[in-house]
Design a binder for this molecule. Structure first.
Ligand code: C2E
Ligand code: MG
Ligand code: MG
Ligand code: MG
Length: 293
């Protein structure tokens, strides 16, 4: 009996493995055609100023609508795009499409917000990374201050001189730079203090643990906020889902929050409607009395 169960488990596990590699094999092939087939979509998630409720920036996130699987998570297809090098072409498409979008908003008097774009280490380390960005900015006529680049710590840990130079050039162009998923990587504080960056983004995993019994995630969160303050950087928390998390972050001086509590990433058209409201996008950040003190 026990042996039989063991055998079944093994089979399930084994079949699972095959399914997994079969799926990623198909995915590699289909990803190559996804741009031409128009299967990508960009969605936008507002970031909310903790004090005023105003939205001054938003993160753009990629969606892939696969013809037979439906929506595939970027957590699944981005790593494959990175491994195969396809991320360079896909990243170009994202940047160009965002710029065309922002250009239209510029021309049509929308209440503009800065758009933060995720970049993989692999893209950032391309030799023509900077000239490519400059060319796209020039071709589309987008103001550089309306763009922000989100990099993870892993991107910063590559060739140090290259990274520092590239970041300085981006700052000269006028593009903002943020460090995504901060706290999950291994960059040293000394190194960080030498980089011309603007924003630290506290990773969702810490935010999600703010109300834990154990104080670990609260300690990390407050440590990141005070680090940001002492380096004169802004700090944004991602994955904020509850009022308790918002209150904790607000009390400890976090500048902006992003998460389902306020708004999920929304399609372009919905985002435009939100931008056109009155004086721009504003969310209610007032906390219920019970959370104050
Ligand atoms: P990220 O850059 O850390 O993005 C934040 C992720 O958290 C997004 O997942 C977002 O939809 C999700 N999120 C936001 N608020 C909440 C919340 O309150 N609760 C929960 N549970 N999740 C929340 P998404 O869109 O699935 O993207 C996953 C990752 O894929 C991104 O993590 C980023 O690393 C990567 N990615 C997405 N778009 C692009 C892209 O255009 N280029 C590159 N290179 N990577 C991308
Ligand atoms: Mg991001
Ligand atoms: Mg993030
Ligand atoms: Mg994250």
């Amino acid at each position: 009996q026990a042996k039989e169960q063991g055998k079944n488990k093994y089979q399930v596990f084994h079949t699972g493995m095959n399914m997994q590699s079969y799926r990623s094999f198909i995915m590699q092939n289909d990803l190559r055609k996804a741009i031409e087939r128009n299967e990508f979509e960009l969605v936008y998630q507002p970031r909310v100023n903790v004090v005023t409720g105003k939205v001054e920036s938003a993160e753009v996130l990629l969606r892939w609508h696969h013809p037979s699987w439906g929506s595939v998570s970027p957590n699944e297809f981005i790593p494959i795009a990175e491994q195969t090098g396809l991320i360079v072409k896909i990243g170009d498409w994202v940047l160009r499409t965002v710029c065309q979008q922002v250009k239209r908003w510029q021309e049509n008097d929308y209440n503009l917000v800065r758009i933060a774009i995720n970049f993989s280490a692999r893209q950032f380390m391309q030799k023509d990374f900077l000239s490519n960005i400059e060319r796209i900015l020039e071709e589309t006529g987008v103001a550089a201050h309306l763009l922000e680049i989100e990099l993870t710590e892993s991107a910063l840990l590559e060739n140090e001189d290259f990274v520092i130079n590239a970041l300085h050039r981006l700052r000269e162009i006028g593009i903002m730079i943020s460090i995504d998923d901060f706290g999950t990587g291994y960059s040293s504080l000394q190194y960080l203090s030498r980089l011309p960056i603007n924003i630290l983004k506290i990773d969702r995993s810490f935010v999600q643990g703010i109300m834990d019994k154990s104080s670990e995630n609260r300690s990390i969160t407050t440590a990141v906020i005070s680090l940001a303050k002492s380096l004169r950087l802004s700090v944004i928390a991602e994955g904020v889902e509850t009022k308790q998390q918002l209150e904790f972050l607000g009390l400890h001086g976090c500048d902006e929050v992003q998460g389902y509590l306020f708004c999920k990433p929304v399609p372009q058209q919905r985002f435009e409607e939100m931008m056109l409201q009155g004086n721009g996008m504003v969310f209610d950040v007032k906390l219920q009395q019970e959370y104050k003190e």
